[in-house]
Write a protein that binds this ligand. Structure first.
Ligand SMILES: O=P(O)(O)OC[C@H]1O[C@H](O)[C@H](O)[C@@H](O)[C@@H]1O
Length: 302
């Protein structure tokens, strides 16, 4: 569909507009009394979310991000699906699955009675996806933009055999200074430490602080985590549903330098705190069944 057709069918006057974004990719711009947001239809990915009255975006978006078919967009809230991390079957398929680098569809847009905007984007199986992952599915992301940002990722099994998935909202949060940021809510949890390519189980005591590469899958987590960002003088509260694992990732200096789609110093300004079903938190979806992963983000002060 052209931008004009998208606006005719799904635009909401004064609040939601389709635009040609970076790389000419179709994007959805939302501006309401409560917040503004930018959503890419490519990858079905929220790129930006800023509540009204806040000086800074909640999300980090790389100035060197790719905006092209076949590539993931570095920043915002990429969707890892139907696997998180390396190919679980070791067949050489791409890390983090195959939906973060291809076009999705707009399913619906709606202005809710409370002033929030709801956008639903989705992807169904095609012969191309069947060749990568031989299952029939309907994947939907419901994005509700208001005082908080609520993301629901809904997997429906439209085939005749059960399948299993792991998945993530691989969200990049913007931080003012990584050396003064911390994550609370994970004390007492065990985690798989994947930094440096390792995979050892460790135990978290106290808040998580970052002064080197961090790549961890926390196990048996609760449903509220908080990023305390002293430099921006704000906290971001992350609440989840149907998630027993959370990933904390920061590439630190060397890996950031080696990534073509990050500026050298970006590691100081980003922190991924990912709401996931990862590691042993594997979900089985029966024929006709569904699995719903939910993450909500809210800026909290004081
Ligand atoms: O660069 P990407 O493919 O987007 O992955 C970035 C990172 O994502 C996750 O957090 C993984 O745990 C990391 O191992 C990975 O390096």
């Amino acid at each position: 569909m052209t931008i004009e057709q998208l606006n005719t069918q799904f635009g909401i006057a004064g609040q939601l507009e389709f635009i040609a974004g970076n790389g000419g990719l179709p994007m959805i711009q939302v501006k309401t009394a409560k917040a503004k947001a930018l959503i890419s239809i490519h990858a079905g990915q929220v790129l930006s979310y800023q509540p009204a009255g806040e000086a800074e975006d909640v999300m980090f978006l790389s100035a060197k991000a790719y905006y092209q078919d076949g590539k993931a967009i570095k920043g915002g809230a990429p969707i890892c699906w139907p696997w998180f991390g390396a190919d679980p079957e070791g067949k050489g398929r791409p890390g983090h699955g195959f939906v973060r680098n291809r076009a999705w569809n707009v399913i619906a847009t709606e202005a809710l009675a409370n002033g929030d905007i709801k956008v639903t984007v989705g992807l169904d199986d095609t012969p191309e996806t069947q060749a990568i992952w031989p299952h029939a599915f309907s994947l939907r992301q419901e994005i509700v933009i208001g005082d908080s940002l609520n993301l629901s990722l809904i997997t429906r099994n439209t085939g005749k055999e059960k399948f299993t998935i792991t998945q993530a909202f691989h969200t990049y949060f913007k931080v003012g200074d990584i050396s003064r940021a911390k994550v609370s809510g994970l004390a007492g949890c065990d985690y798989l430490d994947k930094a440096g390519g390792g995979n050892t189980q460790k135990h978290q005591t106290g808040d998580v602080t970052i002064d080197a590469e961090v790549d961890r899958i926390y196990l048996n987590v609760g449903n509220t985590l908080t990023i305390d960002d002293a430099a921006l003088n704000r906290c971001i509260q992350i609440t989840s549903q149907n998630s027993k694992t959370a990933v904390v990732w920061n590439p630190w200096e060397k890996i950031a330098k080696d990534m073509a789609d990050l500026e050298d110093h970006d590691y100081q300004r980003l922190l991924c705190v990912e709401t996931t079903n990862a590691a042993d938190d594997v979900r089985e979806v029966a024929p006709g069944g569904e699995c719903r992963l939910v993450a909500s983000y809210r800026v909290v002060r004081g």
